[in-house]
Design a binder for this molecule. Structure first.
Ligand SMILES: NC(=O)C1=CN([C@@H]2O[C@H](COP(=O)(O)OP(=O)(O)OC[C@H]3O[C@@H](n4cnc5c(N)ncnc54)[C@H](O)[C@@H]3O)[C@@H](O)[C@H]2O)C=CC1
Ligand SMILES: NCC(=O)COP(=O)(O)O
Length: 358
């Protein structure tokens, strides 16, 4: 039996603390002070920054530096930290491109730990895409794409979900609707979206989504509703031809291969209770088509995850909120959901690996 998988529940979830000028550091500290981090959680970031932010906000957290592979320090209000040093001091709300490499170094440390059996999963606090680009990484577009490349994956899928849709066991979200929304395209200018709606991308994304809804969420035959790109799903070609020329024939081919992919549906009415009740996930064509609805339904109680990776990665449903950084007013609820989800998915993955070796 493989020791590493069998022991995964004891391995930590590595929480990258994100943009140092944003709310990520203080949200992590808030959860630690309240005792709301699951056992075996470790922050990845600059320990002086965390200490300064804790002092600023009067958060009573004992920061305990340790290294991947070492036992995690334990105790009430103890936050274990895998230290990664800032390149330059950071003030809340004030971006500095000199720290772009630092943010990416925290991600690299977490990925490395997952790959080397020192972490069970990673949860990412928000980073600021623009300042990373300004800091000398012109092709950077987000965690999702960076993780795809770091892990050598051909394709990955961004999916956000409201809490109970993540998994009934994870917590008790009682919001208006359960919603899982995956994206065909992620961080693209709107002008480039239509060109990115291709049969190849639709096939790859649909397959990953269906496979991970089964593998990670236990849905034997996932039902996926696919949005159209254009108003009224193109109005029979009068308002755009992507539905007729690309989406419909590709979905037809996927259905012939056994995938339950429905649509394309007009996106404005797909996100209504009667339609949502009939499917397990919605595949939106672009970022704001899907995420505006998801955030209306459950902002602060939803999480983001990357499907198709060889490791478990979850994240918050919000960004760096520079306007709130250093005030203590930002809610840590989504970070808590994301960490619990990472723990749950990692434990489940470990149990599956262990059982499959029996
Ligand atoms: N997972 C990640 O790393 C993500 C990063 N971002 C990045 O964050 C930066 C800022 O993005 P924006 O579009 O301004 O979105 P944002 O989520 O940072 O802020 C939008 C609004 O929501 C509020 N808000 C955000 N988080 C909150 C929280 N936890 N509690 C209470 N209120 C909260 C903010 O104060 C602001 O009014 C961008 O660079 C964006 O790319 C955005 C989404 C996810
Ligand atoms: N709106 C979601 C988002 O921007 C998250 O991006 P990523 O950094 O997780 O790829």
């Amino acid at each position: 039996m493989p020791q590493r998988e069998a022991l995964s529940p004891l391995l930590p979830v590595a929480i990258t603390t994100g943009e140092p000028a944003g709310i990520g550091p203080e949200l992590t500290l808030m959860l630690a002070e309240r005792g709301e981090l699951p056992p075996h959680s470790v922050a990845v970031g600059d320990i002086t920054l965390l200490a300064e932010r804790a002092e600023l906000l009067g958060l009573k957290v004992e920061l305990a530096a340790c290294q991947p592979g070492e036992p995690l320090p334990e105790g009430p209000s103890v936050l274990p930290v895998w230290p990664v040093a800032l390149d330059t001091p950071s003030q809340p709300g004030v971006l500095n491109a000199a720290n772009a490499a630092y943010v990416l170094a925290t991600l690299a440390a977490a990925v490395h730990a997952c790959q080397n059996g020192h972490a069970a999963a990673m949860t990412t606090a928000p980073l600021h895409k623009g300042v990373i680009i300004d800091g000398g990484y012109p092709t950077f577009t987000g965690h999702t794409e960076w993780l795809r490349d770091a892990c050598g994956a051909e394709e990955v899928v961004m999916m956000l979900a409201t809490d109970s849709a993540l998994h009934a066991q994870v917590s008790g979200w009682q919001g208006p609707a359960d919603l899982r929304v995956a994206l065909l395209t992620t961080h693209l200018p709107l002008r480039a979206v239509a060109d990115a709606v291709t049969p190849t991308r639709l096939v790859r994304i649909s397959r990953i989504l269906a496979a991970d809804l089964t593998r990670q969420f236990g849905i034997a035959k996932p039902r996926i509703a696919v949005c159209g790109l254009n108003p009224h799903a193109g109005e029979d070609g009068h308002l755009g031809r992507e539905e007729l020329d690309i989406i419909s024939p590709t979905l037809e081919a996927l259905r012939a291969q056994g995938l339950d992919v429905r649509g394309p549906y007009p996106a404005d009415t797909l996100f209504t209770p009667r339609h949502l009740a009939e499917v397990d996930a919605v595949l939106a064509m672009y970022h704001d088509q899907g995420l505006a609805v998801l955030k209306y339904a459950g902002f602060g109680n939803a999480a983001n995850m990357t499907l198709g990776l060889p490791l478990v990665r979850t994240s918050v449903d919000h960004g760096t909120a520079l306007d709130l950084a250093g005030t203590g007013k930002a809610s840590p609820a989504s970070l808590a959901v994301a960490i619990r989800l990472a723990r749950h998915l990692a434990d489940q993955r470990a149990a599956t690996c262990t059982t499959s070796h029996l």
